[in-house]
Design a protein around this ligand. Structure first.
Ligand SMILES: NC(=O)c1ccc[n+]([C@@H]2O[C@H](COP(=O)([O-])OP(=O)(O)OC[C@H]3O[C@@H](n4cnc5c(N)ncnc54)[C@H](O)[C@@H]3O)[C@@H](O)[C@H]2O)c1
Length: 424
């Protein structure tokens, strides 16, 4: 069992720290945000994730996990800090660099440093190794360095941490082997060893595949509406083909990975105008198409936007269903666009905690509304009673961008029901 220091206690780092602690490792969780340290030290959580609170309390109460703001000497350092997209559409690897620099004074011969943050190809072998070498120790010779991209699905992190296959790329084969030894303590999936830059690209390719595939689905939505057919039915039937897997369309692509990682893969590639970028543009244009759709179906507010009387009840602002995460959510552009068009809005989300605009209770969001616009497919929406909802509304209309609700149930309650532009 090792002493492991996990830097960055967010969606990736905190569950990983808990998992290592309950497996018997001694874990120091480090975060630069004092509020995060305070909350975790008291057994509380600052992010929503199924099973996290129970795991955290077990880890904290047993003393196996301690949250601190400073790094300590350890056997293993795991870096799970943000790698956001900068304004110039390049990766901001500044958090990785500063996390690595905070390890430098504590680095000792024989240690292992693992980068879990999603990073552009070459980050581990160059930026990370160069920064750690400021310790005077030689990466790959005096200590091990590896990249192991995290592929967990928010909402299902604990089961996926264990069951997912894990790619580990070492700067040397020995580094990859050292990282395998650690992950073997909790991973049931296959552990696949490679070099660090390949591992970085594998993660980026996974999300780029999904982004390009969603762009296809979003484009099919436009073509299907020209023929007045249901794009979800088309994709469902096409996917019955054994070798076809078209993803689901939606109001845009959000979250911390899919809209960002494709930029990382093309940033130094010379493919800046290729298919990957075009797909990003298609997906980025989707939220404003949803604004146009609402204006077309519900009717744009007349006259001075300030006099608008048309109210849209926006349901679900998280970037997808059943999570609280609003990072990069298309709901931000859609709400901004609807406000610019002069619509009154009532915004409801039972999972999201932080959003750029004020959230309402369900009753307030629906009260007097002329249409519901469903953006995130939280499972609770399908349990709502359409009659109860409809009673509060001025006009019974719903636009579902996720194929989340049963159209018949809502039509039986007198709703005009649209799947994108298709009237059901
Ligand atoms: N969220 C996901 O589902 C997911 C999935 C796979 C991969 N990833 C990748 O994992 C990495 C982390 O993502 P996340 O969602 O956990 O981010 P997050 O924002 O939820 O958490 C990151 C934490 O790191 C802390 N931090 C920043 N700089 C630090 C430093 N120098 N030292 C210590 N702590 C520091 C922040 O305060 C924050 O609490 C990113 O590269 C992301 O792309 C995320």
């Amino acid at each position: 069992m090792k002493k492991v220091c996990v830097l960055g206690l967010g969606y990736v780092g905190l569950p990983t720290a808990c998992m290592l602690a309950v497996q018997g490792h001694r874990v120091i969780g480090v975060d630069v945000n004092p509020r995060v340290i305070e909350t975790i030290s008291q057994g509380g959580i600052h992010i929503e994730e199924a099973g996290l609170k129970t795991m955290l309390q077990a880890a904290i109460n047993s003393g196996a996990l301690v949250a601190k703001s400073e790094v300590e000497p350890s056997d293993v350092f795991i870096i799970a800090v943000p790698t956001p997209l900068a304004a110039d559409k390049r990766a901001d690897v500044g958090y990785v660099e500063s996390a690595a620099r905070s390890i430098v004074p504590f680095l000792a011969a024989g240690n292992l440093v693992i980068l879990e943050s999603t990073s552009p190809p070459g980050t581990t072998a160059n930026l990370l190794c160069d920064t750690l070498a400021e310790s005077g120790l030689k990466p790959g010779k005096d200590f091990h360095v590896a990249h192991s991209p995290e592929r967990v699905l928010p909402g299902n992190i604990f089961s996926e941490l264990v069951s997912n296959d894990r790619v580990i790329g070492g700067i040397t084969p020995e580094s990859a082997e050292a990282a395998r030894e650690l992950y073997e303590s909790f991973v049931d999936g296959e552990i696949l060893l490679t070099d660090a830059t390949t591992a970085e690209m594998v993660k980026l390719v996974e999300n780029t595949f999904r982004d390009v595939n969603i762009a296809l689905a979003n484009e099919l939505t436009l073509i299907a509406s020209e023929h007045d057919v249901d794009v979800f039915e088309i994709i469902d039937l096409a996917n019955r083909h054994a070798r076809v897997n078209v993803h689901q369309p939606g109001p845009g692509v959000g979250g911390h990975c899919i809209p960002i990682d494709p930029w990382f893969i093309i940033e130094d590639s010379g493919r800046a105008d290729g298919l990957i970028k075009r797909s990003r543009e298609v997906n980025d244009a989707t939220p404003l198409r949803i604004v146009d759709l609402v204006a077309d179906l519900v009717g744009a507010p007349a006259g001075d936007p300030a006099d608008s009387k048309i109210k849209i009840s926006v349901w679900g602002v998280a970037y997808k269903g059943n999570v609280d995460d609003t990072r990069e959510t298309p709901a931000t552009s859609i709400v901004t666009g609807l406000k610019k068009r002069g619509f009154d809005l009532g915004i409801f989300d039972l999972h999201a905690r932080h959003f750029d605009f004020e959230l309402d209770s369900l009753e307030n969001a629906v009260d007097g509304a002329d249409s519901i616009l469903l953006l995130a497919d939280h499972k609770e929406f399908s349990y709502l009673d359409p009659q109860e909802v409809g009673r509060l509304m001025r006009r019974r209309m719903i636009i579902d961008t996720r194929n989340c609700l049963d159209p018949q149930k809502w039509k039986d309650a007198g709703f005009e029901f649209y799947l994108f532009r298709k009237k059901m």
